[in-house]
Design a binder for this molecule. Structure first.
Ligand SMILES: [Fe+2]
Length: 231
């Protein structure tokens, strides 16, 4: 997970405990900004799926409720191959302006400080998927009743995310062109600034076209259920 340049940079200057606390505080503050920006972007959607409203609201309330835990950050400069499309994806989202551009700005602030991951060994990998996608968990929190998780996904052009399912209910805030499907809906393009809802356990996927696919996702499940998974 660590590349050489990141390791050398880290070894040149080992952070003090104070540095680490300040860094963690800044990162948490930046993540709260992402959550608030995501909430504003969600509220700006007036024609989204109505069944996304309740889970999205619970995710925002839980993440903003004071118990937000940032996912572990790593040194700036470490990335997966798909991260080469990050600047392009952010620039396209910013063109949309309004609450969507605000969310893109907030995500761009933290996107190079989070831990990007590949989805682990899908049953049926699709062509180019391994190097053509990157997921990052941004933060999680638990309230009295719910576990909430927020992350981002980035895909290179012309990549199909394999069909998958997970226990948490899922809401995507769409920041790019691209298509989504699930067992109840054939492939459709929601458009930048729109919302996709996947009920708990449903088989679903997404795919990019000529430009990168970029989205923020929210996961919600009841406390005491299985550990959260990424996208
Ligand atoms: Fe998913």
């Amino acid at each position: 997970m660590t590349n050489c340049s990141g390791l050398v940079t880290a070894l040149r200057r080992s952070p003090t405990i104070t540095d680490r606390h300040q860094s963690t505080d800044h990162h948490r503050s930046d993540l709260l900004d992402v959550v608030r920006a995501a909430e504003r972007a969600f509220d700006a959607v007036d024609d989204g799926p109505t069944d996304a409203r309740e889970p999205a609201r619970r995710v925002f309330e839980t993440l903003l409720g004071g118990d937000l835990e940032p996912a572990p950050a790593r040194a700036r400069g470490e990335a997966l191959p798909a991260c080469a499309h990050l600047d392009d994806a952010v620039a396209r989202a910013r063109e949309h302006r309004g609450a969507t551009a605000g969310l893109a700005d907030a995500v761009a602030t933290i996107a190079r400080q989070v831990t990007w991951m590949r989805r682990e060994e899908p049953e049926r990998p699709t062509p180019g998927f391994a190097d053509g996608h990157a997921n990052a968990v941004l933060a999680h929190a638990s309230g009295p009743e719910w576990n909430a998780l927020m992350g981002i996904s980035l895909m290179a052009p012309n990549v199909r995310y394999p069909d998958h399912a997970h226990p948490p209910e899922e809401v995507y805030l769409v920041l790019s062109p691209g298509e989504w499907r699930n067992e109840r809906h054939a492939w459709f393009e929601p458009g930048i600034g729109h919302v996709v809802h996947n009920p708990a356990g449903i088989v679903h996927a997404m795919r990019s076209g000529q430009v990168p696919l970029f989205a923020v996702w929210l996961h919600l499940d009841r406390r005491g259920s299985a550990p959260p998974v990424a996208s």
